[in-house]
Design a protein. Structure first.
Length: 152
């Protein structure tokens, strides 16, 4: 069959709406800036795709923009924790695992979490185990345990 008869939006029917978390959309100020950046980036992509008359790019970017606009509309910026005696949203926590490894994490919103870069979502099992705990407390961390050695 000639390409002339193939639908221009071929493959786009697989674009399913991104699932939005059932949890509150708590974010740090950096997380809000990230979300705003994604909205701006996608708006720019849509404008460029319109200029290029690229319907597939328009559809993909519009699809993603719906998710980020929703996240922007529900974002609840949390002020930095004033009380560093207990772990809370936004805390930077240093842990010593039972195998001797030292790890540092900041507890952040779901969209800004990146464990490889030291940030974990406040709804993650580790963050949930840490919330409300103090220096010296031991929590379940994966298959082992970890002691909280510092809270910032």
């Amino acid at each position: 069959m000639s390409r002339a008869f193939v639908k221009e939006t071929e493959g786009l029917d697989e674009l399913h709406e991104k699932l939005v978390s059932e949890h509150r959309n708590l974010v740090t100020s950096e997380g809000l800036a990230f979300i705003e950046g994604e909205v701006k980036r996608l708006q720019d992509e849509i404008a460029a795709a319109h200029a290029a008359d690229d319907r597939n790019a328009i559809a993909r970017a519009t699809h993603d923009l719906r998710y980020w606009n929703q996240r922007l509309g529900t974002a609840e910026v949390q002020p930095p924790a004033e009380d560093v005696s207990v772990v809370s949203f936004g805390s930077r926590v240093t842990l010593e695992r039972n195998d001797g490894r030292i790890q540092k994490f900041q507890i952040v919103g779901e969209d800004e979490a990146d464990p490889a870069k030291g940030s974990i979502s406040y709804v993650s099992p580790l963050a949930q185990a840490l919330m409300g705990k103090s220096v010296g407390d031991v929590v379940k961390a994966g298959v082992g345990e970890a002691e909280i050695t510092k809270i910032e």
